[in-house]
Design a binder for this molecule. Structure first.
Ligand code: H2U
Length: 356
């Protein structure tokens, strides 16, 4: 009987952060690259759009006027999903029908005054300002005793439901720990109790041993396609030292985190030479005033594209009914992403473009 090989044979992979499994079917994509690599026309945007509700000086949907901001800008979402003044209450009938009121705050974070940029095309200093604003927002929101968890995220691209190309993200802060971070809370806690180290410290050492899934690293951060990645080109930015929250970063780490975020976003755009869509966000310790030594914060990128700018991975059928499934292996994806430049394709000088 042939020996089991992760590269060739159907298998399940375990995600130690969530306790979930994913089906990997590499035999379905044994060819080096299955699909066509198509280019789609890149959308041309203007630096300032008078109709954009996020551009400096413009009027938002609720009639408020944005200031003439020159770097970043944060405001409370005019259509917030979570509000601070919800009446406290509970509905319960037996152990089957249960509902609880949920208070919270939703913020919108403008990354730049420039309507025509994305993180992939911003400079590191500009992204460092976004990191500083996230930390400032986290610090302020965590002082609210109604807030137990703060979810920072970015939806990029219309395919991800992003409502406006102006570079922006959101923060939803709330009373309970939502489902995804709660799973990670539980598994990191149990692991730390048993081992005295964080899952991601030990995981990073394993990635250094195998060197198959590292996309790139800088002084303080590593970017990997996780062993348990679900999305075809899913990645994770991991701080090399265990830190519970983004507020624990030193000045130097804030800079290198901005560097990792920019370089990963640029590589994504370079993959199919389009503005690459994704949902990305930071998972970190609850903002409950506890130390949470078990937590090792990290940023995840979940991009939907599979083979080209127009071929998307669908999470349907088996994924909806059983568990997620992928064909191309995380090692294959890491290899592709590793081979790409950190310089955005639009900024490439002619000498850098390989001859056909
Ligand atoms: P998304 O593009 O990820 O949907 O984020 C944009 C958010 O901006 C969205 O949640 C808010 C929407 O409610 N928004 C305002 O708060 N004010 C506006 O004038 C328009 C959009």
């Amino acid at each position: 009987m042939t020996q089991f090989d992760l590269k060739d044979h159907s298998h399940r992979r375990y995600n130690p952060l969530t306790g979930e499994w994913i089906q990997v079917s590499p035999h379905r994509s044994k060819r080096p690259w299955q699909g066509q690599v198509e280019k789609t026309g890149t959308q041309t945007l203007v630096a300032f759009d008078p109709t954009c509700y996020l551009c400096p000086g413009n009027v938002r949907a609720n009639g408020e006027v944005n200031p003439a901001y020159t770097s970043t800008y944060a405001f409370t979402n005019d259509f917030a999903a979570l509000v601070d003044d919800v009446p406290t209450g509970e509905f319960r009938d037996s152990e089957l029908l249960i509902a609880k009121s949920e208070a919270g705050v939703c913020r919108v974070i403008c990354f730049s005054p420039r309507h025509d940029l994305t993180v992939a095309e911003m400079d590191t200093a500009g992204i460092r300002s976004v990191v500083d604003l996230w930390i400032e927002e986290y610090t302020t929101l965590s002082k609210n005793k109604n807030i137990e968890y703060i979810q920072i995220f970015e939806n990029k691209g219309a395919v991800m439901g992003c409502s406006n190309p102006h570079p922006h993200g959101q923060i939803w802060a709330q009373q309970s720990i939502p489902v995804e971070p709660a799973k990670k809370q539980q598994h990191q806690f149990e692991y730390f109790k048993r081992k005295g180290t964080t899952i991601l410290s030990d995981y990073w050492n394993l990635e250094l041993k195998y060197k198959e899934r590292i996309v790139f690293e800088n002084d303080h951060f590593a970017v990997v396609v996780p062993f348990w990645a679900i999305w075809p080109f899913e990645t994770m930015i991991i701080p090399k030292r265990a830190m519970a929250r983004i507020t624990d970063m030193t000045e130097a780490e804030r800079d290198t985190f901005a560097d990792a975020y920019r370089r990963m976003a640029a590589r994504y755009d370079n993959l199919f030479e389009v503005s690459f869509p994704y949902s990305a966000g930071i998972h970190q310790a609850p903002s409950d005033g506890e130390a949470h030594a078990e937590w090792h914060w990290h940023m995840v990128f979940y991009p939907p594209l599979l083979r080209s700018a127009t071929v998307k991975k669908f999470m349907v059928g088996y994924e909806m009914l059983a568990n997620p499934q992928r064909d191309i292996t995380p090692e294959f994806s890491a290899d592709r992403l590793r081979s790409l430049s950190d310089i955005h394709f639009k900024n490439r000088v002619v000498s850098e473009i390989p001859n056909p």
